[in-house]
Design a protein around this ligand. Structure first.
Ligand code: UTP
Length: 288
């Protein structure tokens, strides 16, 4: 079955980014010249997704405006002959079909994904966390969709992490079944280095079997009262196989300030119009 739909959870408070996120969504912070969420939307579209539900919350309506048409701006750009910008602005509003669903309370990532249940229905679907920018070819989500198509079961993206990473990410107990594909035997959310099953962490791309919704409903909240998607996937793997895919490419964790700065510098260096001048600027800093 073709994976047509994606859910993008974007309803969190983004506390690690305060004060920037006091009155504006983290997902609308711009890396080089594009808001974070647009990277995920473009990756989804390049992976064959046609329809996207963004899980949102109060104060985050800017995301709706960003993917909507903007007739006044378009008219203005047309009048000024700024046709490149006009084309870009129109392209953004035609990327996919959008639907915005409110999560009334930030009860965790698992709960945010559950908000997409009616929209998704009974078909497999993708989920993308806008915090993560993947710079891969083929796109990271496309790599996951190919694994889903072959194995017909939930697939999560895995990456190698260091000790610090075991405190930041869900960690899996993997059983290798091919060069890049692993069957997941167990998993734990942020276990820390002592309790970590492996050095493989779960990053922000998933292709879910629709049974994940029933698993989320059976998942108990953690100590902070949040329903974690890692705990729901752990329940799911009691009844069906779940796979992990060690992706090929580069990933930036833009959920915290340092990762965001790294993404900004490296992605700007890749842009022909900034590359030379930015390299010269960085050299001129004479960092010791
Ligand atoms: P994070 O764990 O990064 O949470 O969520 P956050 O609120 O965005 O940021 P911090 O940790 O407070 O700094 C990962 C993704 O899941 C969404 C977030 O918007 C983000 O895109 N999310 C998280 C929800 O949609 N709802 C939630 O209840 C929690």
């Amino acid at each position: 079955m073709k994976i047509r739909k994606a859910v993008i959870p974007a309803a969190g408070f983004g506390t690690r980014f305060l004060p920037a996120t006091k009155a504006q969504p983290k997902e609308m912070l711009s890396v080089v010249d594009k808001p974070l969420i647009q990277y995920s939307v473009e990756e989804a579209v390049q992976s064959g997704i046609e329809s996207i539900a963004v899980i949102t919350s109060r104060g985050k309506a800017l995301m709706e405006d960003h993917f909507d048409g903007s007739p006044e701006l378009e008219q203005f750009l047309e009048g000024k002959g700024k046709l490149d910008f006009l084309e870009e602005v129109r392209r953004i509003s035609n990327l996919a079909e959008f639907c915005f669903i409110r999560q009334k309370k930030a009860l965790g990532l698992g709960h945010a994904i559950l908000m997409g249940e009616d929209y998704v229905g009974q078909e497999p679907f993708a989920a993308l966390l806008p915090d993560d920018i993947f710079d891969c070819s083929p796109p990271c989500l496309k790599q996951l969709i190919d694994v889903y198509t072959e194995f017909k079961g939930t697939v999560i993206v895995l990456g190698r992490v260091n000790e610090e990473g075991t405190k930041k990410y869900g960690i899996v107990k993997p059983k290798q079944i091919s060069e890049k594909v692993f069957q997941i035997e167990d998993m734990a959310e942020k276990p820390g280095p002592e309790k970590a099953f492996s050095d493989m962490g779960i990053f922000g791309r998933y292709v879910f079997h629709p049974d994940i919704f029933a698993a989320i409903k059976r998942t108990a909240p953690d100590q902070k009262g949040e329903i974690q998607i890692t705990d729901a996937i752990k329940l799911l793997l009691e009844t069906q196989p779940v796979y992990g895919y060690l992706f090929e490419g580069k990933r930036y964790d833009c959920g915290d300030k340092l990762g965001f700065i790294e993404a900004t510098v490296e992605l700007a260096l890749k842009r022909p119009e900034f590359s030379q001048a930015l390299q010269e600027f960085l050299k001129s800093l004479s960092i010791k």
